[in-house]
Design a protein around this ligand. Structure first.
Ligand SMILES: [Zn+2]
Ligand SMILES: [Zn+2]
Length: 371
């Protein structure tokens, strides 16, 4: 194995990434080093790249690592890491998927079982790339998995193209629909048919949703969400006002609205219409709005009088990641997982990948290190 590796480091919005070479760290006991084979551009990476998220205000040091969704092989195992989360023995070279954040398992939040909300789960990823262990993001040749990580061996039947989206997008919507308690026969609206949206359609149908409605304005995305099982789509180019979209969803649900609505657009302006298209007694899953400081104004009485439950989902549990892997294995012949990654770029072309995905026609771009 090489002694050093390249990491694409982020400095400021729209500035070119700086490809820096760092020594590959030796993992501490309980840790592991992954050799990244594929890293996807998630919507949250784009928010950083555009400058929607102000890292200076957040006190994040630069150079900063970006990238969290991806897959790879075991490069180095720390002492005490001999098996994956299900007990399968691990060796160097094994393909794995991994939880990229680290719940402490000891704080009051973790002890209540809310490991997805552990306040320190991302602390190890927040340091400067120039400081050990350097590889804090997946836009790099390596990724350092701190102790208390969870990882699973990747079944041979699944390709990197298929599994690369498992550890963020797919696990996230599985966790969200689970926490929202989506049950058999219910209806679902999905605001935004990007990577999370198309997965959400597949997962919702597998949970027995009687009707799934995808809302977007890009042909490729609308086609893909239908292929993931959406029964109907609402094209925002045609239904170009919030009222028109709410009415369209009500018309498709016997005038009632959807039992579960997912916000996967990442803009606060869509929340009000999302609540309006949700049925009385329904649940609103808020996943996309990660831009701290972006406000919206709406009348919260809609939540009160319709008794809507709002569920926030930033991360998922280790069990959700295992369920995501199992779901993909069971449905790989039925759902077009391989089409979620619509474009591939070498890691050295990360700037181009960001620019192209920002144009909106790409469902998700993948970066390939070492190319
Ligand atoms: Zn993500
Ligand atoms: Zn904790």
């Amino acid at each position: 194995m090489a002694d050093t590796g390249i990491a694409a480091t982020y400095h400021a919005p729209k500035e070119p990434f700086d490809l820096r070479e760092y020594p590959v760290p030796d993992p501490k006991p309980g840790a592991a080093v992954i050799k990244i084979s594929m890293a996807n551009v998630c919507g949250s990476d784009l928010h950083y790249w555009r400058g929607d998220i102000d890292i200076k205000k957040m006190g994040r040091p630069t150079p900063m690592a970006l990238g969290h969704e991806g897959t790879g092989t075991i490069a180095k195992l720390g002492a005490g890491v001999g098996a994956d989360a299900l007990g399968a023995p691990l060796r160097e070279g094994d393909r794995v998927v991994f939880q990229y954040f680290y719940p402490c398992m000891q704080c009051p939040t973790c002890l209540k079982g809310h490991t997805y909300a552990c306040p320190v789960r991302q602390t190890d990823r927040a340091g400067s790339s120039d400081e050990w262990p350097h590889f804090r993001g997946t836009f790099a040749e390596y990724y350092y998995l701190s102790p208390k990580h969870a990882l699973f061996k990747t079944p041979d039947a699944l390709t990197d193209d298929q599994v690369a989206g498992i550890n963020c997008a797919l696990s996230q919507v599985i966790s969200g629909l689970d926490r929202a308690g989506l049950s058999f026969g219910e209806t679902v609206a999905i605001q935004g048919a990007g990577g999370l949206g198309v997965y959400a359609a597949g997962v919702a149908k597998a949970r027995g949703a009687s009707k799934v409605i995808g809302i977007d304005g890009v042909d490729e995305r609308l086609d893909l969400i239908k292929d993931f099982g959406a029964d109907d789509v609402v094209d925002i180019r045609e239904y170009d006002t919030p009222d028109a979209r709410v009415q369209a969803v009500r018309d498709l649900t016997d005038g009632v609205g959807t039992d579960v609505t997912l916000e996967l657009v990442g803009h606060p302006g869509v929340v009000r219409e999302g609540l309006d298209m949700t049925a009385p007694g329904g649940r609103y899953l808020e996943i996309g709005n990660i831009n701290v400081g972006w406000d919206t104004q709406f009348d919260p009485s809609v939540i009160v009088f319709k008794s809507i439950t709002v569920v926030g989902v930033a991360h998922y549990t280790a069990a959700d990641l295992g369920n995501a892997l199992r779901f993909m294995e069971d449905n790989v012949d039925r759902l077009p997982f391989h089409r979620v990654l619509s474009h591939h770029f070498p890691l050295s072309q990360i700037d181009r990948a960001m620019e192209e995905q920002d144009k909106g026609y790409i469902t998700r771009a993948a970066l390939i290190p070492g190319s």
